[in-house]
Design a protein around this ligand. Sequence first.
Ligand SMILES: Cc1cc2nc3c(=O)[nH]c(=O)nc-3n(C[C@H](O)[C@H](O)[C@H](O)COP(=O)(O)OP(=O)(O)OC[C@H]3O[C@@H](n4cnc5c(N)ncnc54)[C@H](O)[C@@H]3O)c2cc1C
Length: 460
Amino acid sequence: MAYKLKEAGYRNVTIFEKTNYIGGKSDTRYHRRVPHEMGTVYAQPDYTEIYRLVKEFDAGNILPMPSPTVWVNKDQPTPISNLENNLQILATLRPDITDMQSAVLYIQQALGKYAAIHAQMFGSYEGELMPRPSNDIFSQLNMTFLEFLRVHDIEVLKGLITSAMTAQGYGHIDEVSALYGLMWVTPRFLTAVATPPSPEVKSVVKILSKGFQFLWAEIARQTNLDIRLSNPVRKIIHLPHSNKFLVKYWKCGRWYRELFDFVIVTPTMKYMSNIITFPPKAKEMFDKAFNYYYTTSLVDTDYGAKRGLTPQDYFTYNINSKEESAVWVHRDSYAALNYITDSNYTKGLFPDGPDGQFIQSSVYYQFSKQRPEWATLTRKLKDHVLNTEKVTNFKIKERTIWNYFPRYSVSDMATGILWDIFDLQGEHGMWYIGSSVSFESVKSVVDYNNLLLRQFLCNN
Ligand SMILES: Cc1cc2nc3c(=O)[nH]c(=O)nc-3n(C[C@H](O)[C@H](O)[C@H](O)COP(=O)(O)OP(=O)(O)OC[C@H]3O[C@@H](n4cnc5c(N)ncnc54)[C@H](O)[C@@H]3O)c2cc1C
């Protein structure tokens, strides 16, 4: 946003950042000379604007991410692919469909139906937030994503959606609003996820060779943004006489204050209510948001006796069990970046890093609805790694517990709350941006910024 504003001619743009790094939830840690993503990691076909930025700022290579291995139960002797998982789901829903050709056709028909309903409800649009749907459409969406799939007789898509949505921490489909589902899982994305890899397109999901944090840091560096690191904002006060904002921030143990004409708030709005007095209508909406927690741990292990087909594992039995802080996902960063798969991966026939060592350094994801205890996370992670992956050496190197996916309930979403927030943009000299007013992905945040800029600056 700051870069786009500078481009549009605003010269006095200042960013206050609480932490000592640029990137927020894009947090890449180097360990054994390999970038490990503790936050933002994947991109998919809807990431046009992000891909454009990566190229514009020469922020590394866009690499294919090997598709996940799926573990549907704890004692499963051999892993299965994402495609096999979807066929198994189909077999439970439609036992009458027995041959492969009919199964694939059935899934394709469901995809076509999904695309047709999406187009009929929202038309074609640019970016993440579609134009405000009609009240009639909202009333048809006052339900969870699973209910939506059932109403339209396309529940067969739930395996694909679990990997495209739930595994990313975007909610169980029997809990999350259908509207969030339809915003994130566009027909284009879903069709791409369902398409088997080919020699030309190994994977539709991409990762960045230097990590996402590098992208934001490069934008800041190349466009010379004024970023005040380790400067948390503690208070923002609107001064009615001058119509300016007094920003109080903390720096090296002292308070500082500066005046600004316009404020753009980016962290989760609900938590900013202590810092800034929002207009009552906005505050009322922001207060309705809630979030869960996604914890990422960077762990060193040996190769383990039970490995997936690819350097990424989805433990769907843990995802479906909804057990607090269970391990959902594993990603071996070096093997992912180097597309090491199949027997090379399964048999551990490669050193897992440029240092030549046969140590596996991976990021594990644990999902919790309540803020998790550190010790509980460690106990559950250790139990998983030692007993499921049959690893003998285990060392946690880093960990972050993230407030994840600030969101609204099914019924709030069906009132059009995201569009009501959008309608308040610019009033009272403020913009509200970031994932809490759109969706928890860098694509969503950047697309929302562009929508605002198109609407208000007309030159984007
Ligand atoms: C584990 C994990 C995995 C993810 N995977 C993906 C993925 O694969 N693909 C994808 O697209 N997205 C992914 N995301 C989501 C994506 O990272 C976020 O949606 C996006 O970064 C949110 O951007 P934001 O600007 O809204 O918020 P943030 O990135 O959280 O930025 C807000 C910034 O505000 C700062 N701040 C807060 N309070 C103050 C204050 N008082 N004063 C000054 N500064 C303050 C924070 O320190 C932070 O830097 C993932 C996130 C996590 C945590």
